[in-house]
Design a protein around this ligand. Sequence first.
Ligand SMILES: NC(=O)c1ccc[n+]([C@@H]2O[C@H](COP(=O)([O-])OP(=O)(O)OC[C@H]3O[C@@H](n4cnc5c(N)ncnc54)[C@H](OP(=O)(O)O)[C@@H]3O)[C@@H](O)[C@H]2O)c1
Length: 275
Amino acid sequence: MCWMDVFYHPLWAVSTALLAFVVRLQRRVGWDPRACPVRLTGKTAIVTGANTGIGKFIALDFARRGARVIMACRSEARGMAALKEIREKSGNSNIHLQLVDLSSMESVRKFAERILEEEKALHILVNNAGVSGLPKQLTKEGLDMTFATNHLGPFLLTNLLLDLLKSSAPSRIVTLSSLNHKKGQVDFSHFHGENLTYLMDTVYNNTKLHNIICTSELARRLKGTDVTANSVHPGVVMTEVMRHYPFIIQLLFNIIGFFFFKVSTYLLFTDTIII
Ligand SMILES: NC(=O)c1ccc[n+]([C@@H]2O[C@H](COP(=O)([O-])OP(=O)(O)OC[C@H]3O[C@@H](n4cnc5c(N)ncnc54)[C@H](OP(=O)(O)O)[C@@H]3O)[C@@H](O)[C@H]2O)c1
């Protein structure tokens, strides 16, 4: 008998399947946002990319806790669908949609103008929207699409809304980064799509490093203002984040993710790393 035969024994398959399901169950310990005692009544929050994935559940959590939530989305149809769902699930009607394309600095400026005109206060800004795996693509403004969406747009937005955040203090800015920033590089020519390798998540990694550098510097400059700025790695979460990757990569992500990754409904308080 060859030692490899042990892998063909039915017990092997049964114990592997059992182990996989134990891991899956253990990873999926339920988390109920309603269990959080902190209320956000009277607080106004903006969440970018709030129509799906992590952003949608952040918006839902804020809504359940009584905040006025502004969902900053680029698609009216997807934004409205998520808005209806969040209103229904939370019972909070103070949820609003404002359109913004974070890859366009013109759109970010118009969005910020509207917010400054319409909102008396802003207590929470969550820079959540992001893309990964895009091929080389320049925006009309001559910026690399991934850099514009993940870093330049959120950076501009934060700075345009900073005075309102300061006048509403205590307030906070949270930027979704990623542990992948460790593989990132800083080179300002990247902003215009120069000297970049468009392979899998290489451009994404660079943008996530910029998120952290700028947020850390902002936090330093905001000391004493009662406005905090943090970058956060949410863990690996089953969302639409892989949608621009080749089919085979998406398939692998989903298979591995089924057992090991988080789903966005319970990510907010599990394994999240503040960077
Ligand atoms: N999922 C993970 O494992 C993971 C790990 C580390 C960090 N993160 C970070 O977490 C954040 C959220 O990711 P996710 O996993 O929830 O991804 P997702 O499911 O793909 O959601 C991304 C959101 O960003 C929006 N968006 C993309 N481009 C935009 C633009 N130009 N203007 C405005 N909105 C735009 C999308 O809107 P549309 O639906 O209209 O495209 C969508 O609402 C990202 O910053 C990501 O880098 C995620």
